[in-house]
Design a binder for this molecule. Structure first.
Ligand code: NAD
Length: 269
């Protein structure tokens, strides 16, 4: 039951929720391929899993490169004897690529837009394309995408991020339809504000970071930031045998953020 013996490929697994999911999945008895552009941190995650008695391999992969995606799934399938779960977790946010000027509409840099869409939206599609031949051979195959509360509502300074995550929510449903005949389930998780490096980068891009985080978390009915391990539990649940009837779902894990409405002071009005 659960995910014992399942073979996971997790992109963006060197840090944050990807790393937390890699560690938790391995503790629950899965084999895990850690994929990332950050070689040092990715190797360290795989090594820490092996030291704890789990089975894990690191494969360097830039998810925006189709050839590297194909090499990732080929490598992962040869290390693990197949693939059961493709976890499209790698993600970037606009503010990582420039100062505040770079993320206003009038000065928005096209290269930033293209990069965010490529990593967050295009890569899950082409990773799915590469992985489907392997997933078809699995007894309980699924694809799990990183969507967001930003899939459904806007936030300041996240033009490309919000657009990409809106796309991921519908990509999830469209892939679920397309892959249903092969028995491959496709779901996403939609976190609120989770305490990871991505949020730390976003904080650094705004003039009043503490106020911003206070504002965000003040819309969490559970009054704190989310923890990456809590999201990891959801991903493992969605992959597991207990969820065989769950398909095409964008599953909120947001401390209740989207259960109600926040106020204009978030954007200084
Ligand atoms: N942290 C949050 O509050 C939050 C909320 C909602 C959704 N999400 C989404 O969840 C996912 C994980 O977020 P996180 O906060 O753990 O992020 P993070 O920044 O902690 O980790 C992201 C990982 O992705 C890797 N990565 C970036 N570009 C890559 C590329 N081209 N190829 C391969 N790997 C790449 C990074 O090296 C990093 O290890 C992302 O898709 C993010 O958008 C995060």
């Amino acid at each position: 039951m659960g995910i014992v013996g399942q073979r996971f490929v997790i992109t963006g697994a060197a840090e944050g929720m990807g790393a937390a999911t890699a560690r938790l999945a391995a503790r629950k008895g899965a084999k895990v391929c850690v994929a990332d552009i950050n070689v040092e941190a990715g190797e360290a995650v795989a090594e820490s899993i092996r030291r704890a008695g789990g089975e894990s391999w690191f494969i360097r992969c830039d998810v925006t490169d189709d050839r590297q995606l194909v090499e990732l799934v080929e490598g992962a399938a040869s290390y693990m004897g197949g693939i059961d779960v493709l976890h499209n977790n790698a993600g970037v946010i606009d503010s990582m690529f420039g100062d505040k000027a770079a993320i206003s509409v009038e000065t928005y840099d096209r290269a930033v837009w293209d990069r965010v869409i490529a990593v967050n939206l295009t890569a899950p599609m082409f990773a799915a394309k590469a992985a489907v031949p392997y997933l078809k051979k699995s007894a309980n195959p699924s694809i799990i995408n990183a969507a967001s509360t930003a899939s459904f509502v806007a936030s300041p300074s996240t033009l490309a991020y919000g657009s990409s995550k809106g796309g991921v929510a519908l990509l999830t449903k469209n892939l679920a339809v397309e892959l249903a005949p092969c028995g491959i389930r496709v779901n996403s998780y939609c976190p609120g504000v989770i305490d990871t490096a991505l949020v730390e980068r976003y904080r650094r891009s705004v003039p009043n970071p503490d106020e911003l985080v206070r504002n965000f978390t003040s819309s969490h009915l559970v009054p704190r930031l989310g923890n990456p391990d809590e999201v990891a539990e959801l991903v493992c649940f969605l992959a597991g045998d207990e969820c065989r009837f769950v398909n095409g779902v964008n599953w909120l894990i947001d401390g209740g953020m989207l259960a109600w409405r926040a106020t204009r002071d978030v954007i200084g009005m």
